[in-house]
Design a protein. Sequence first.
Length: 658
Amino acid sequence: MSSAPSTAVLVVVGAGPRTTGLLERIAANAPELWDGTRELRIHLVDPHPPGPGRVWRHEQSALLRMNSMAEDVTMFTDESSTIDGPVRPGPSLAEWAAQFSGLGPRHAPYAEPAAPEVLAELRTLTGADFASRRAQSAYLDWVFRRALAELPPSVTVEWHRTTATAVTGPPDGPQQVHLADRATPLTADLVILAQGHIGATPGAEQREHAGFARRHGRFHLPPEFSADADLSALRPGEHVILRGFGLAFIDLMAMLTEGRGGTFRTEADGTLTYLPSGREPVLYVGSRRGVPYHSKTRYRLKGPRPPLPRHFGPEAVDALLAEGRPLDLRRDVWPLMAKEIGFGHYHELFHAHPERTVLPWPDFVAAYDRLGWYDDAMAALVAAAVPDPADRLDFEALDHPLDGLAFPTPDAFQDHLREHIAQDVARREDPEFSADLGAFLALLSLYGQLPRLVAAGRLTARSVAERLDGWWQGFFSFLASGPPGFRLRELLALSRAGIVHFVGADVRIGTDESTGTFTATSPTVPGHTVHATALIEAYLPRPSLDRTEDPLLRDLHRTGALTEEVIADPTHTHRSGLLAVSSEDGQVIDPSLGGPHPRRIALGAPTNSRAVAAFARPRTNAPAFRQNDAVARAVLRALRAGRVTSRFSNGEKEVSII
């Protein structure tokens, strides 16, 4: 039972951005859905500060930055949000920061950040800047405090600075949330799991590499969150192989160079020169593609915003599902996705740069809408309407920039890749190529449609494993989640200084027992082998319930109270490592019940809802905001009524919770 007949209790495990967004939605929906005469007590359990949480906490290196411009980061719903609750707009990171320079209105509750260096950054932050993660931490702290201030007096929030270790309790009785530092658990009517991104213990290959490192006195770092990585054992001048060329690599690169006292000097022509401190190791980086993620764009649309979705929206998903057959993502879904991205790209090209096209937009789009992405007629249309190949969208060239290339020497490859990176940065910072931003917005739109397609269970298991969780996630990150341009200019300077060396595509990591070194080879430079005394897996831990570091999820998994998402068909079985939840409301699937647990909900990472981004770009109808609103409304209704409905294998069942 709850602590008193008139009191409802909600425990939320995790107090980062996802929980902050949920609290904002509870505050927004409470006037409609919560009886002010009854008390709702919300307990937050997290060892890290509420608002920023673990990933965005203030206590991390000042070198670590966001990969989105400040004007493209918001925690608030807006006119694009398709939600049942009220839209309550709020400032983006850039708009919020403007108050500290006197250029924008004050936002209650107003308080200057305690850290002087963060306040100094906020006072000069522009919408086109890539803020430090400490600045984002301050913004998230303010959003959290604003959400608390907007809750009605009958709703109170208490933060427990500890770790939740277990959740027990029957589906028709109160839940006990056990805490690491106290004997008495919290008693709750409902429990929400919102731990965010979670680490995992090393897998088999990583354990082998760790064992090799121990035997030979070498350094090995498995996948780790950059802010938590201990790099102190790496010696000056030590050769280090890094597998992974995404954002984790960029963070590690910064900490191992500028973080060790090196500096960058801007030359008269605008290029950077790296001035070593002498404390840096020597970095050899390779990956599957062999190139860094594309630089983030640093400009705005020059034409009108493309009306998205157009070719891959709810109607297109409905039509796919209505076919009543197994779907392959690459064969059946990708042509529609590609056409959507192409629409965003060409909409901006024709509206912002009409001098580079030879057809009127109405004529082009009328033909474009009729044709399939892979139709010969589509290729002919684009070639006829867009004379310059640099203005056309070529997914294969984007996805595999080193395919078919081989270089006789490592130096020849260094020159090639430096030129590739320089051209990418120049394009992503030149508004003349703003069509790339149109494509980016379409990519975000796609991301909002895919969860429903997956939840319908129509994609084949192999398609989810190899295409959705494999190729698509990597392709999306490669195109849309790259670093700011200044980081890639730093990478070029480090390459010219001999601090960073490029290994190539399809990198293979091995070990040499005779020399006690890790090795890296790539077909990009045939016959060349890199030897190093340290290996860093430069990517984030992948979801894994079997190896999760979270004690609560580990306990629930061990006791069979939750299950991993498993997608199976006659030809393949895919274990995603994600926590299985019901698609409607995020209820945790409990195998012992044959369906969702009526009192346990899980949100965001690491669930199979695949709507993991807790904050978003404004005016993109963010999936996480939609989910937060739906769950907040469901929770308020259930707690107000004192009953929840859960779907078991033998039908629906109402359970009293008060």
